[in-house]
Write a protein that binds this ligand. Structure first.
Ligand SMILES: *[C@@H]1O[C@H](CO)[C@@H](O)[C@H](O)[C@H]1NC(C)=O
Ligand SMILES: *[C@@H]1O[C@H](CO)[C@@H](O)[C@H](O)[C@H]1NC(C)=O
Ligand SMILES: *[C@@H]1O[C@H](CO)[C@@H](O)[C@H](O)[C@H]1NC(C)=O
Ligand SMILES: *[C@@H]1O[C@H](CO)[C@@H](O)[C@H](O)[C@H]1NC(C)=O
Ligand SMILES: *[C@@H]1O[C@H](CO)[C@@H](O)[C@H](O)[C@H]1NC(C)=O
Ligand SMILES: *[C@@H]1O[C@H](CO)[C@@H](O)[C@H](O)[C@H]1NC(C)=O
Ligand SMILES: *[C@@H]1O[C@H](CO)[C@@H](O)[C@H](O)[C@H]1NC(C)=O
Ligand SMILES: *[C@@H]1O[C@H](CO)[C@@H](O)[C@H](O)[C@H]1NC(C)=O
Length: 848
């Protein structure tokens, strides 16, 4: 009887020692975990950019996509709210997140920083640290180092306490100190060098039992720190020491968005090319930054960064796999894993196969062989000869041959289906609205009065985005006009001119109210934070008032001395007076930090009665500075939910007191840089393939389902400029269809179509076995087309949740007509409308 518990104990100790516990070491080839070499695929998922209810699903989707590791930064400003006061709840429950990764049987890379950049407010460093006397960020500054070390220690101790380092049996295999510091170190000179050494020693002294990494670090490093690469391509990267493995901490599968910017896209063929090239050239750890980008909830975004941090990542902002990106990378990961043993066992031998074509061949002592064949020519497809066989290598592509013979993957041949995603509108069903109007200008008591214009950020310390500037000079000194001191120039007015208000600001945005009316809303989003405003304004005889509401839109997330970059007004003048331009810059100004509604906390659910909301069935439209509140039901079903804010101007939104974030459907410039289709060939940059010219950068704002109750949800909107709240809608994000395209020379000649849970294929919208044209959603028949295509696919797929269509000769033996054409085929499958389409370049030639 006593045997049983003993066995159990033995089982557990075995499990922890051999499956998870890990001595993590490294040499020039790879990390070695528990004595085993690893090729690792890692996926960045930042825990505060989603909600705990989403974490298990995101981690699982990453695992299904072929990732072994989850990577995240640690977000200092979310954890240390004021000096020594820590928060690890809600979206900031770091231990819970790491344990979810552990439970999924995955490893974790923890990039502690604690500076992280990450398009996050002030790069993740708490704003209060800037106001500690003597503090300079990221250099040899005692206060900065004191608080940095204290925070690192808090995080490391927390992880140790929960036994989360691999050395303790946990999932964390690597930790990062600082972030992309190399360039800053050069610019900060000697203090930068001292700080970098200090940061490494401080990290080392934490004694975590796993290696430390530093990315984009260019100086020689101690043995215990591995320098790593961040870029769109890292195949040419070599670590500063020959004894360290080649690690890619940031491969950017897309890019971030700014309000008023275009929407960047990186084609999956190019991402797969970059990853395959990295492993071809001896890389051993590759991380997608981001694999799930998520959402900058509340006011966590960096300067001008949109609330969406979708990043065109393999998992979209809402948590759905983005296909074909997710699927094609999954196919890639599978192919790389097939090569893992032999690749890790030997060094490559490279062979030239042509001017821009090469093979890297790995062989081990047992005679096993794996090869990567690449064509880095950005225009020309090639047929190359390798080991007495010929291979078709599309331009800018890599083929993976785990046995040096059969191609299981080519980065440019995407056989994974494309999903079509729709934002399906759903009315809020709001009949009653409650309204609270902010006063234009200073509400309540002024906070302080001062001669001259103050810095916005130094004044608000980021407690609010808003700061009112109001000079009594407008009313007391200059107006009414017909005083001897401030005479309006009659000549000037007679010519049909109006006095011209001229404002300059360091950033980030401004609302200009003249006599209570909004006259302009300039911002620096497209010009850098500084901007100018110049506009004729209808001043009247008698008293006039001008109120200026200055705004921050996140603090910069990186830059030399970036914490000193201020914002707010620098100059205010009015032109058109008889003695010329009157300059109010040095006048006496009154200041008020924040809004009345903010100070009352009227967006909080427990504050239902703390302000006199006015009920109405017809909420005012196009009215600036208005708070709206309404009660909504949770949209039905399980699809992710967004708020469609197209009809609104700019502001903040909350559901049940949770911060949805800043909304601003600001349009990007209408120019010709946007593309319909992206040519993946050639070196990618974030400006290469944008969409959305002339459209709002961000129209939809994610609200996690876990924030809803079934009914009685309180939606609060603060609108700054004016909008029509009755046109606010929910939108459900739905996968509504699939398209697929396959050719006979594709490594995977099977198309697997899988619909979302509880749905099935209801229609084959298009199918062509021949040489169809176009892209997903707009396929057309080519001049060669088998008329039975649709019925063949219908037979295989209709009313099924998933189906596989194999394009081997055997499959098409059953369908003689298809066989005739089965050289290169394509599918478009739309769910609930399905389309399928086939195409064959070689056979087509014969048919002509
Ligand atoms: C870690 O590796 C070292 C050196 O190879 C070895 O001495 C030690 O026993 C290992 N520790 C564990 C927990 O495996
Ligand atoms: C091929 O390998 C040799 C020897 O390691 C190296 O010098 C050369 O740069 C490599 N060529 C390419 C294209 O990687
Ligand atoms: C390629 O063919 C040549 C000549 O037939 C032969 O000697 C050689 O062994 C073959 N190489 C491979 C890798 O099969
Ligand atoms: C500006 O400040 C002055 C002095 O406090 C006050 O009389 C005036 O009402 C303020 N104007 C606005 C628009 O807030
Ligand atoms: C115009 O007169 C006003 C009131 O006396 C004064 O504040 C301002 O500086 C004068 N402007 C110029 C350009 O002299
Ligand atoms: C500012 O001007 C508006 C419009 O003329 C007026 O309603 C408001 O009372 C004025 N405010 C102050 C503080 O003078
Ligand atoms: C293609 O490669 C050529 C030669 O290296 C280069 O000059 C050209 O800029 C490249 N084009 C693209 C689109 O990358
Ligand atoms: C699918 O159907 C089952 C049974 O009808 C139901 O319990 C489940 O919630 C449904 N799932 C989705 C995603 O609709």
């Amino acid at each position: 009887m006593k045997l049983f518990p003993l066995l159990l104990f033995f089982f557990f100790s075995t499990f922890f020692t051999f499956c998870l516990a890990g001595n993590v070491t490294f040499d020039k080839r790879s990390l070695i975990i528990n004595g085993q070499r690893k090729l690792l695929i890692s996926a960045s998922i930042h825990y505060p950019r989603s909600v705990p209810a989403m974490w298990p699903g995101l981690v699982q989707t990453a695992k299904e996509g072929g990732a072994d590791v989850i990577e995240s930064y640690v977000f200092w400003n979310g954890h240390e709210l004021s000096p020594g006061k820590y928060y690890f709840g809600g979206r900031f429950d770091l231990v819970k997140f790491v344990k979810i990764v552990q439970d999924a049987g995955m490893y974790m890379i923890l990039r502690i920083g604690p500076f992280v950049a990450a398009e996050y407010n002030l790069g993740g460093i708490p704003v209060w640290l800037h106001y500690i006397p003597g503090s300079f960020f990221r250099t040899d500054s005692e206060p900065f180092k004191f608080y940095m070390k204290r925070f690192m220690t808090v995080i490391v101790d927390l992880m140790k306490e929960e036994k989360l380092f691999a050395s303790q049996g946990g999932p964390i295999i690597l930790a990062q100190v600082e972030n992309e510091y190399g360039w800053y170190q050069m610019n900060y000179g000697e203090p930068g060098n001292r700080y970098a050494s200090w940061a490494m020693q401080t990290a080392f002294s934490q004694n975590i039992g796993v290696p430390w990494i530093m990315c984009q670090q260019y100086t020689a490093l101690p043995d215990y720190v591995i320098d790593t690469c961040n870029s769109f391509y890292c195949d040419q990267f070599t670590p500063t020491s020959p004894n360290k493995p080649k690690i890619w901490t940031e491969n950017w599968p897309g890019w971030f968005q700014t309000f008023g910017g275009k929407v960047p896209h990186r084609p999956v063929e190019d991402i797969a090319f970059s990853v395959a090239r990295f492993f071809q050239k001896g890389g051993s750890v590759q991380n997608y930054y981001m694999y799930h980008g998520g959402t900058n909830f509340g006011r966590t975004a960096g300067l001008y960064i949109s609330t969406s941090y979708d990043y065109d990542a393999p998992i979209d902002e809402y948590g759905l796999p983005r296909n074909p990106k997710w699927g094609h990378l999954k196919d890639l990961h599978r192919a790389i894993k097939l090569c893992e043993q032999v690749v890790l066992d030997s060094g490559p031998i490279n062979l030239s196969l042509g001017p821009s074509q090469e093979a890297d061949v790995y062989t081990d002592s047992s005679g096993a062989c794996a090869a990567f064949l690449s064509n880095t020519d950005n225009k020309t497809d090639m047929i190359v000869e390798f080991r007495n066989a010929s291979y078709h290598l599309p331009a800018w592509s890599v083929s993976i041959l785990p046995d040096c013979k059969n191609v299981v993957f080519n980065s440019a041949k995407v056989s994974s289906p494309t999903s079509r995603v729709e934002m399906v509108p759903e009315n809020l069903q709001a009949t009653i609205w409650e309204i609270f109007e902010e006063k234009v200008g200073i509400w309540g008591q002024i906070d302080f009065m001062q001669n001259g214009l103050v810095d916005h950020i130094d004044t608000t310390k980021f407690a609010s985005d808003y700061l009112w500037y109001n000079t009594s000079a407008f009313s007391i000194l200059m107006f009414p006009f017909h005083t001897t001191s401030g005479h309006i120039n009659e000549e000037f007015l007679k010519k049909g001119n109006l006095p011209v208000l001229q404002i300059e600001s360091k950033g980030h945005a401004l609302h200009v109210f003249v006599n209570g009316e909004l006259k302009g809303s300039p911002d620096g989003a497209n010009t850098g934070p500084a901007f100018k405003f110049k506009k004729p304004v209808p001043l009247k005889a008698g008293n006039n008032n001008i109120s200026l509401l200055s705004m921050t839109l996140g603090l910069p997330s990186a830059g030399l001395y970036y914490e000193w970059m201020g914002s707010g007004l620098t100059s205010v003048k009015i032109d058109g007076f008889s003695n010329g331009t009157v300059d109010f810059t040095l006048s006496s100004w009154n200041y008020k930090i924040g809004l009345e509604g903010e100070s009352l906390g009227i967006y909080k659910p427990n504050c239902v009665n703390c302000v006199k909301w006015v009920s109405t069935t017809e909420p005012p439209k196009n009215q600036p500075l208005t708070w709206y509140k309404t009660i909504v039901d949770q949209p039905s079903g399980e699809d992710p939910i967004a708020l469609d804010m197209l009809a609104m101007g700019k502001g903040l939104a909350w559901l049940n007191g949770e911060e949805i974030g800043r909304y601003w459907p600001k349009e990007s410039p209408l120019d010709d840089q946007c593309v319909q289709e992206c040519d993946y060939r050639g070196t990618f940059s974030q400006w290469k393939c944008p969409t959305g010219c002339g459209e709002p950068t961000q129209r939809w704002y994610h609200i996690p389902r876990s924030w809803f109750q079934p009914t009685g949800n309180v939606l609060v909107i603060f609108e700054e400029k004016g909008g029509d709240p009755t046109k606010i809608k929910f939108a459900k994000r739905k996968i509504s269809g699939l398209c697929a395209l396959v050719g006979e020379d594709y490594p995977l000649a099977t198309v697997n179509l899988k619909c979302p849970k509880n749905s099935s294929i209801s229609e084959v919208k298009f199918a062509s076995f021949g040489n169809p044209e176009g892209t997903c959603g707009s396929y057309r028949k080519g001049h060669c087309h088998d008329p039975t295509s649709t019925s063949v696919i219908e037979m295989a797929c209709l009313n099924k949740n998933e189906c596989a269509i194999e394009l081997t000769d055997e499959t098409f033996d059953k369908s003689p007509k298809l066989k005739k054409l089965s050289k290169q085929q394509g599918f478009e499958v739309l769910f609930p409308l399905i389309s399928i389409h086939f195409h064959n370049s070689r056979e087509v030639r014969k048919l002509k």
